[in-house]
Design a binder for this molecule. Structure first.
Ligand SMILES: C[S@@+](CC[C@H](N)C(=O)[O-])C[C@H]1O[C@@H](n2cnc3c(N)ncnc32)[C@H](O)[C@@H]1O
Length: 282
């Protein structure tokens, strides 16, 4: 952590972030600032997230994103029968819905999240799964602890140093282990995050990697999202020691009439909304 990050971390503890009308801007945000903003944002917003999306997610389904692609059909972690007796790490697990589905297949999942409040929702739904409160950039596990790792929109879009996360996942996986993660499809960065027709016109450069930041009146980040192009994400995966086996862009299915923020049937039928990277550790 550099001195500036450390100073802002200390300041945030002494002086809680004011949340009145955060300003949306584009600026750099380092690892510590992004992590602190994510933890407090998800702690504050976990209740609303679970109440808005809990029914769609299901208590024990494994959904990869707002399109509704289900691991039970997609089998991106491998054939469902092969999950039995596997040690699986779910990163950015939220209320651990995916881990609950994995446990029902006979796997041994561990659900990890940065947000205490998200994990309290996992406890509320209940089932005795192992829950770990930690940052994806510093996984508190020994090398070679897991057969598989997965993440449905957890952590990767919010971290300043995704290669560090890839390396951490590589470290805790056993040789040959799969790492499958979904993120907002990078092409969406160029469009307003709106579900209607206004979300169909290019408004920003796809190539501008400057983070999206919401900040309080003192300039402290209260929400951060980081953009990587498709090529960047491929290079991140490779730099982390993985081979990319597939890049899945789920199409919007006819049955799904539900909007989720900027994801909608209108946009989903025209441009991809989710990218799922299927990777394998050497
Ligand atoms: C969009 S939610 C997805 C949650 C869950 N996978 C789902 O599909 O509902 C993103 C989750 O990532 C977690 N997260 C964000 N940054 C993280 C980090 N650096 N390390 C671990 N978890 C993080 C958040 O706390 C939040 O629960």
């Amino acid at each position: 952590m550099n001195q500036e990050d450390y100073a802002s971390e200390v300041a945030s503890e002494a002086d809680p972030v004011s949340l009145e009308d955060p300003e949306a801007t584009r600026r750099d945000a380092g690892e510590a600032e992004s992590s602190r903003a994510s933890r407090s944002w998800w702690d504050r917003n976990a209740d609303e997230y679970q109440s808005d999306h809990g029914a769609f997610l299901g208590d024990d389904r494994f959904v990869w994103g707002p399109e509704g692609l289900d691991e039970a059909e997609a089998a991106l972690l491998g054939p469902t029968a092969s999950l039995r007796d596997k040690d699986i790490l779910e990163i950015g697990a939220g209320a651990a819905q995916c881990s609950r589905w994995l446990a029902a297949q006979g796997a041994r999942p561990v659900a990890l999240d940065l947000s205490h409040r998200q994990l309290q929702h996992a406890l509320r739904i209940g089932d005795g799964l192992p829950l770990v409160e930690a940052d994806a950039g510093r996984l508190p596990f020994r090398a070679g602890s897991f057969d598989l790792a997965c993440s449905a929109y957890g952590a990767v879009p919010f971290v300043a140093d995704p290669v560090n996360v890839m390396r951490e996942v590589h470290r805790v996986l056993r040789p040959g282990g799969r790492w499958v993660f979904s993120v907002t499809h990078p092409v969406r960065w160029a469009f307003p995050d709106e579900p209607g027709p206004e979300g169909l016109s290019v408004a920003a450069s796809y190539f501008d990697r400057t983070a999206y930041v919401e900040q309080d009146e003192r300039g402290r980040a209260v929400y951060v999202e980081h953009h990587r192009t498709i090529g960047d994400r491929v290079r991140d995966v490779v730099a982390g020691g993985f081979r990319l086996l597939d890049l899945v862009e789920p199409e919007w299915p006819e049955w799904n009439s539900q909007e989720w923020g900027g994801w909608s049937p209108l946009r989903g039928n025209l441009i991809p909304g989710t990218a799922i990277f299927v990777c394998e550790r050497d």
